[in-house]
Design a binder for this molecule. Structure first.
Ligand SMILES: Cc1cc2nc3c(=O)[nH]c(=O)nc-3n(C[C@H](O)[C@H](O)[C@H](O)COP(=O)(O)OP(=O)(O)OC[C@H]3O[C@@H](n4cnc5c(N)ncnc54)[C@H](O)[C@@H]3O)c2cc1C
Length: 472
């Protein structure tokens, strides 16, 4: 049986970053799938490559945690900055989310005029900037040292944000943008649903600010696909692809892992499986019941993958906000990502598109094969009709391939039917599980634990975990 110091279960953003940061240790990363990256992977189908989920890369800028991590790993990522982070379309309205505040504000005033627009967006930007310049970002439990460091973080939050911390997003919108139009509110909420998995109804002012302000940062496109970026991160790590962890048993101070291909004995285990799915891996009742306390987050993704036979320059990302919800979804908007025209991998023989929206896992369960396929086709067709209506220079004849994924597909490939992390709302902000567990040597990482989803959220969790792992 192979002995190893650290076993990492899963190659999502979290599992990959923590492995690369500790690549000098005796560490193995196990990934059940053939592709690396989980929700941030790139896969090949019908001879073409598609990004599975994540398409935007944020945080590679000076003084940001992600840039610092990449520098430490020794990786200069192959990325292109998106001048327009997202083009937001709602009927005849068009707003480009760009870094330049004044130019963005001008568009907001042209499309969604409100006398307090400047006050609102300035505050959103300032809160976001203040958050990312905090010195003690930390949240972990189960030891005096971890609690103490978390307390320092909470004290810093209170000092910097004061009563702002307790303001709800909805309250802030009502007081700053009184009589906001339904359309303007939908513009805001559709963006929050993507970044926070929830709308202003359940968000805090702080989480709303982080969710709305990300296009004020540099937003990048990953050449060759998001999965290529993950592969580059893992270039010096011992990775076992196609090797699933089937069970884990803690015996005294060691973890005995049984995989689809062998057995290992590890001092430490880092789980990049979701907090909802980790219990089934364990044979120990106490560890099982620890993970069972976390209620399954039912929110998931519906994704359409499209290959076009054209090569043309588009904005990298569009968000289309419609008047009513999409069928079998919980959103009235969808997010379209085009591959970069010059990307030799994704745009080989034409553009590759990933179009995603929000659904619930429960909508796709308990169906016969026919019911499932019909439901899937109905949603896909609806999205594609709206897509073709807007992009009138793209014709149905240009579509070479079109297929979609539901929560069931995500479960089959990457063992998670919840997608996009735990919604960050008022209730969950301080109750997110931490990277540390009550069990010595057992850790969590990924978007269902602190600090939530996407590159910046997961990286923040990785940073805390890295400090926990390496603290003396
Ligand atoms: C449709 C969609 C679009 C998104 N768009 C963006 C975006 O544009 N930008 C952005 O920053 N974020 C985006 N996100 C969010 C982001 O992709 C996720 O928050 C992030 O990728 C999750 O990373 P993670 O570390 O939690 O790992 P996950 O992605 O959950 O990966 C976990 C990995 O662990 C593996 N695994 C699980 N169990 C086992 C086991 N027993 N043995 C071996 N391996 C196992 C899985 O196969 C998987 O590869 C998007 C998410 C979705 C779903």
């Amino acid at each position: 049986m192979r002995k190893v110091d650290i076993a990492v279960v899963g190659s999502g953003i979290g599992g990959s970053l923590i492995s690369a940061l500790n690549k000098d240790k005796d560490l193995i990363l196990f990934e059940k799938d053939h592709n690396l990256g989980g929700c941030a992977s790139t896969f090949k189908r019908f001879g073409h490559r598609f990004n599975t989920g994540a398409t935007t890369f944020v945080g590679y800028e000076d003084n940001h945690l992600i840039k610092k991590m990449f520098d430490k790993i020794g990786l200069k990522p192959d990325i292109v900055q998106s001048d327009i982070a997202i083009r937001n379309i709602q009927g005849s309205k068009k707003v480009d989310r760009i870094q330049n505040f004044e130019m963005f504000l001008k568009q907001i005033n042209e499309n969604y005029y409100h006398p307090n627009n400047r006050v609102f967006w300035r505050r959103i930007k300032e809160i976001d900037e203040k958050f990312w310049s905090l010195k003690h970002l930390y949240f972990a439990k189960y030891s005096f040292k971890s609690f103490a460091k978390s307390a320092v973080f909470i004290a810093e939050l209170l000092k910097e944000f004061n009563t702002d911390l307790f303001i709800s997003a909805e309250g802030f919108i009502k007081s700053t943008l009184p009589n906001i139009s339904k359309e303007y509110k939908a513009f805001i909420d559709s963006q929050l649903l993507i970044t926070l998995q929830t709308t202003s109804k359940n968000a805090t002012l702080l989480s709303m600010s982080l969710g709305l302000a990300y296009p004020f940062h540099k937003v990048f496109y990953a050449n060759g696909g998001m999965g290529k970026l993950i592969e580059d991160i893992l270039k010096d790590v011992e990775v076992r692809k196609n090797e699933e962890i089937i069970s884990i048993e803690k015996n005294s101070n060691k973890y005995h892992l049984i995989t689809s291909k062998g057995e290992y004995l590890a001092n430490k285990v880092i789980l990049n499986s979701t907090i909802f799915d980790s219990s089934r891996l364990f044979l120990n009742d106490d560890i099982k019941s620890y993970f069972q306390q976390f209620k399954f987050g039912d929110q998931s993704a519906f994704v359409v993958y499209v290959k076009l036979n054209i090569k043309k320059e588009f904005v990298h990302h569009y968000q289309m906000v419609l008047k009513k919800d999409l069928p079998n979804c919980i959103s009235n908007s969808f997010f379209i990502s085009f591959s970069h025209e010059d990307d030799e991998v994704l745009s080989k023989d034409g553009l590759s598109l990933t179009i995603s929206t929000h659904t619930k896992a429960v909508y796709w369960e308990g169906l016969s094969k026919d019911e499932y396929e019909n439901k899937k086709l109905q949603t896909q067709q609806y999205i594609m009709d709206e897509f073709l209506k807007y992009f009138d220079d793209i014709k149905s004849e240009n579509i070479i391939e079109c297929f979609s994924a539901t929560s069931k597909t995500f479960y089959r490939y990457i063992s998670r039917s919840n997608c996009g992390g735990k919604p960050i709302n008022i209730k969950s902000a301080f109750s997110l599980p931490s990277c540390k567990t009550p069990f010595e040597g057992l850790y969590n990482v990924g978007d269902t634990v602190f600090a939530g989803q996407g590159w910046p959220g997961v990286a923040l969790g990785v940073d805390v975990l890295n400090k926990e792992l390496n603290s003396k």
